[in-house]
Ligand binder design. Structure first.
Ligand SMILES: Nc1ncnc2c1ncn2[C@@H]1O[C@H](COP(=O)(O)OP(=O)(O)O)[C@@H](O)[C@H]1O
Ligand SMILES: CC(=O)N[C@@H](CCC(=O)OP(=O)(O)O)C(=O)O
Length: 298
């Protein structure tokens, strides 16, 4: 049986190890993308909420952008509609867009807000329509995975890319000590809703907020190479080859793309981490070891 004094010493060691990180990150913004695949069970969601509340308490400003792909997929299935993806993006007709807006802007967003608030934080949920936060334009994809070589344009419906971000509402919330929780829905010039991949939104928000870090929580230990081994630090020059060879595919494509864009635009580092590991956010921020794949500017 563990002696109480040993337990207390362990806790003290953990806190001491975290101290330099807390000092370094105080007042800094961390954008955390919470993927739908990382929201797997109640205890993980509670752990995530606690990590976010703790970050805020020690003076770091977390801004959450969430996904919800699997949750959209399961409601679509119940409605008898299949999910179809092109290069990691959901083909979104008008009916699907309604479901996306309901699931992301409603169910998933409010669940995360509620978890954080039940653990002592003050979270506020937004979509890109609130405060005119995310302006979107229609995303047109080129057919074929390595799109640089392709010529044919594919229309995948109400799918958007970020045209611009007006961060005023985020600044206002952060200044008043709220934690913004953002659903990846944008509004077009025509006033229509656009479904935007959550990684892309998180990357752009991190850029605009000049965030210290962009954390992408997913359901895999990080970026894996062709043999399935974890790439713990990704050299930027290696990326195109990994895409061309089909090693980076599906949902990992927008993740890597947005991570690269973010670091090229001044975000210090991007991390792809396994949201299925309990307290993944804390482990990544406050320990010497870190977890997952690190991408940083040279
Ligand atoms: N090289 C790779 N390394 C890791 N995962 C990859 C890779 N290429 C494709 N993937 C896929 O990308 C998925 C993560 O993207 P996605 O399912 O969209 O996650 P999320 O819902 O968290 O955004 C992984 O579960 C994996 O199936
Ligand atoms: C265009 C597009 O694909 N949008 C995504 C938005 C949600 C998302 O990105 O969720 P995850 O982060 O959980 O994958 C979708 O409809 O699934």
């Amino acid at each position: 049986m563990t002696l109480p004094i040993e337990r207390a010493q362990t806790i003290a060691h953990v806190l001491i190890e975290a101290l330099p990180y807390i000092q370094r990150f105080q007042g800094k913004t961390m954008v955390i993308k919470y993927g739908g695949n990382a929201m797997v069970d109640e205890s993980l969601k509670q752990g995530f909420a606690r990590d976010i509340v703790l970050m805020k308490l020690v003076g770091i400003n977390p801004v959450i952008v969430h996904g919800g792909g699997p949750q959209i997929g399961s409601l679509l299935k119940r409605l008898g509609k299949a999910s179809e993806f092109v290069q990691g993006m959901r083909v979104t007709d008008s009916e699907t867009m309604d479901v996306v807006e309901m699931v992301l802007g409603g169910l998933v967003n409010k669940e995360i807000v509620n978890f954080i608030n039940r653990h002592g934080g003050s979270a506020v949920g937004l979509t890109g329509k609130d405060g005119d936060l995310i302006h979107a334009r229609k995303l047109l994809l080129n057919r074929g995975a390595p799109e640089l070589k392709a010529t044919e344009i594919v229309d995948i419906g109400h799918v958007g890319e970020v045209q611009s971000i007006d961060p005023s509402i985020i600044h206002m919330l952060v200044k008043s000590n709220f934690i913004p929780v953002i659903a990846p829905i944008g509004v077009g010039e025509d006033g229509r809703s656009y479904n935007i991949n959550a990684d892309l939104v998180a990357g752009k928000i991190a850029e605009v907020l000049e965030a210290e870090k962009l954390l992408l929580l997913t359901n895999i230990p990080g970026l894996l190479d062709a043999e399935g081994n974890l790439i713990s630090e990704l050299e930027v020059g290696r990326v195109q080859r990994l895409i061309d060879d089909g090693v980076i595919s599906g949902g990992m494509l927008p993740k890597i793309r947005c991570a690269l864009d973010a670091i090229q635009s001044g975000v210090k580092s991007a991390h792809i981490i396994d949201g299925r590991v309990e307290h993944a956010v804390m482990l990544d921020l406050f320990t010497d070891t870190g977890v997952g794949t690190l991408i940083r500017a040279r």
